[in-house]
Design a protein around this ligand. Structure first.
Ligand code: GLU
Length: 379
């Protein structure tokens, strides 16, 4: 059964959590070696692998004399800068032992928010894959501040999955998968082998569990699963400390929890609008405009706009909200704030009369618009 679900997989993103390759005492070289060897076996099978590896902060903090999680942002940034120099050589050494090469790719959320930089990052990773080199991705922790972080590498791995149009996301952490109850508190807890859809019941099973070393707990993993699922990709959450976990997954063993992808997926561009591109302002939309967008699958015309909140330029992503500010969609806008202020409430036929020119009839065209995903707080 599992094997059948994985036969189409050619390109896989493997996220390695801090808890898989490090302890509070720092990087565990033998863990990196074991997981690297396992990845090389996937490469032997002809798979393309993109690694998203955490662990920089926990690897580097020891050199700063820090035990436990570093508290301040500068401490985390300094620790990441140190740790990254330890992690990459470990991967490289083992990959080279099997005649493979690795490359380091450090990304910030801003890189993926900007369409040009997003496509650039994509080209770089695709070129590495073409040359048979395995990219090892991490957040560029050293230069990002809290407000512009991906948040955690679970999220980053889901965005990378869409970026490279991978066929599968594997999240390796220090737990075996999703349990129906907290396995620490309840010995009867059962591991779920397959989840068809993330319902509120499934969300509740994730609880508030959180590892000590990494940032994301099961909640952030489920969020990543949803995001990957909307690009049409299934996710496997499994224990990265289990020997040969990746080879065993591809041998078809029922191991970890497999989350089926959503039936209807977003195109890569819409996925980018929903999750990678940072929204700027809000358009307040009247009931007619909301109905046209949500129920009838139409574009947003100037006539449906009854207010604006915040600034934006042509080409920015904006939130489409009801009059009381509840977001129901987001999309890339074809007019600037100054222009919208002049044409809102008017007919498309009048745009040219008002502005002296017209880019298009729609303010947010359907092709660049995504409905807000159920219960998903897209930030
Ligand atoms: N980028 C962080 C690191 O390398 C990890 C973030 C996370 O745990 O999700 O330490």
């Amino acid at each position: 059964m599992r094997k059948a679900l994985l036969t189409h997989v050619k390109r896989v993103v493997v996220k390695i959590g801090s808890g898989v390759i490090s302890t509070d005492a720092g990087l565990e070289d033998d863990r990196v070696a074991a997981i690297s060897t396992d990845i090389c076996r996937l490469l032997d099978l002809g798979l393309e692998v993109i690694v998203v590896s955490s662990g920089a902060i926990s690897a580097g903090k020891g050199q700063l004399g820090i035990t436990g999680r570093p508290q301040t942002i500068p401490q985390k940034q300094a620790a990441a800068a140190i740790g990254q120099t330890q992690i990459i050589p470990r991967y490289k050494e083992v990959f080279q032992g099997s005649d493979y090469n690795v490359a380091q790719v450090l990304l910030t959320r801003d890189d993926l928010s900007n369409r040009r930089r997003y496509l650039n990052a994509r080209n770089t990773v695709m070129t590495l894959l073409e040359y048979g080199v395995t990219p090892i991705v991490n957040e560029n922790d050293t230069v990002v501040v809290e407000e512009i972080r991906f948040g955690d590498n679970d999220n980053l791995s889901a965005l990378v999955t869409s970026l490279v149009e991978a066929d599968l996301l594997i999240i390796l952490s220090d737990v075996d998968g999703l349990y129906d109850q907290d396995p620490v508190e309840n010995r009867q807890a059962q591991l779920l082998s397959m989840v068809e859809r993330i319902t509120p019941t499934i969300d509740a099973m994730a609880g508030e569990s959180r590892g000590n070393l990494g940032v994301g707990g099961m909640n952030s993993k489920l969020k990543a699963v949803k995001r990957a699922s909307l690009s049409g990709v299934g996710t496997l959450i499994a224990n990265g400390r289990t020997p040969n976990i990746l080879s065993r997954i591809f041998a078809g063993e029922e191991i970890g929890t497999y989350f089926l992808p959503a039936q209807s997926k977003l195109t890569a561009k819409k996925h980018w609008i929903a999750f990678s591109k940072k929204p700027r302002g809000k358009l307040l939309v009247d009931a007619g405009g909301e109905r046209a967008v949500v129920k009838q699958g139409k574009s947003l015309l100037p006539s449906g706009i009854c207010g604006v909140d915040g600034g934006f330029e042509r080409g920015d992503a904006v939130r489409l909200c009801t009059r009381d500010g509840a977001e129901f969609a987001r999309g890339v806008i074809s007019y600037s704030l100054a222009e919208v202020l002049q044409i809102m409430g008017k007919q498309s036929a009048d745009i040219e009369k008002v502005l002296g020119y017209k880019y298009r009839d729609e303010v947010v065209c359907r092709d660049n618009l995504v409905l807000t995903i159920e219960e998903e707080e897209v930030d």
